[in-house]
Design a protein around this ligand. Structure first.
Ligand code: ZN
Length: 220
């Protein structure tokens, strides 16, 4: 496996786009992969394509829409369900797509193996932990071991954002010279509005709060 090659799981959002440029800084050859999993806003896949093209990175989309057919009750894939605005005390929010990161990373690993890519990069973060179990460090480490055992390979899953918050993610983007790309060309909003988004969904609130925090630190 080629240790100078990396595959980024790119959703077109703030976190994965920052990871794409992080990967470009750290590896010689970078690839991006995106997934259609039955999300309401397939625009994110088109934005991911544009972002990858601008970054000069080969881009591939895989259709895994069966993921949304496997379970019910997710507001990101079912138009009839209103989105949880806060994390419920006793369960995961209904924006959680069960198994999503497991499927994404497993498929990414098979793709990586086929293309002789040793490194896999994902933008998950435990710090802004929204209650998604598959964004936790323990899960990623466990899956890394499992994928290596499954294919007898030496994949390394990188999570540059695992221990930093949204303000620090903005800082990283700024240091990578992509602040404006992140600000205007990515889609984080659960209501499918690029850039600064709708302003009131949980993803927009988290993103804006982080941005305000970062700008406050930068210009104080
Ligand atoms: Zn929003």
């Amino acid at each position: 496996m080629n240790r100078n090659k990396a595959l980024v799981v790119l959703s077109g959002g703030q976190d994965s786009t920052t990871c794409l440029y992080w990967a470009k800084k750290h590896f010689e050859e970078v690839y991006a992969i995106s997934f259609k999993y039955g999300q309401k806003h397939e625009l994110e896949v088109e934005l991911a394509r544009r972002i990858a093209s601008k970054a000069g990175v080969p881009f591939e989309v895989k259709n895994v829409s069966f993921i949304s057919e496997l379970s019910t009750g997710c507001s990101l894939t079912d138009n009839s369900i209103p989105m949880d605005s806060d994390k419920p005390a006793d369960s995961v929010p209904n924006t959680f797509v069960p198994g999503r990161n497991m499927f994404f990373l497993s498929i990414a690993a098979v793709y990586a193996r086929e293309h002789d890519i040793m490194n896999i990069v994902t933008g998950v973060s435990q710090t802004d932990f929204s209650g998604y179990p598959d964004c936790r460090d323990s899960f990623i480490r466990s899956l890394n071991v499992t994928l290596n055992l499954a294919m007898d390979e030496q994949f390394v899953i990188h999570t540059p954002l695992m221990w930093i918050d949204k303000a620090e993610t903005w800082k990283m983007a700024d240091e990578l010279g992509i602040f404006d790309i992140i600000r205007h060309e990515t889609l984080t909003c659960y209501n499918g509005i690029p850039g600064d988004g709708c302003g009131h969904c949980p993803a927009c609130k988290l993103r804006r709060h982080g941005l305000e925090e970062y700008l406050k630190q930068k210009y104080k």
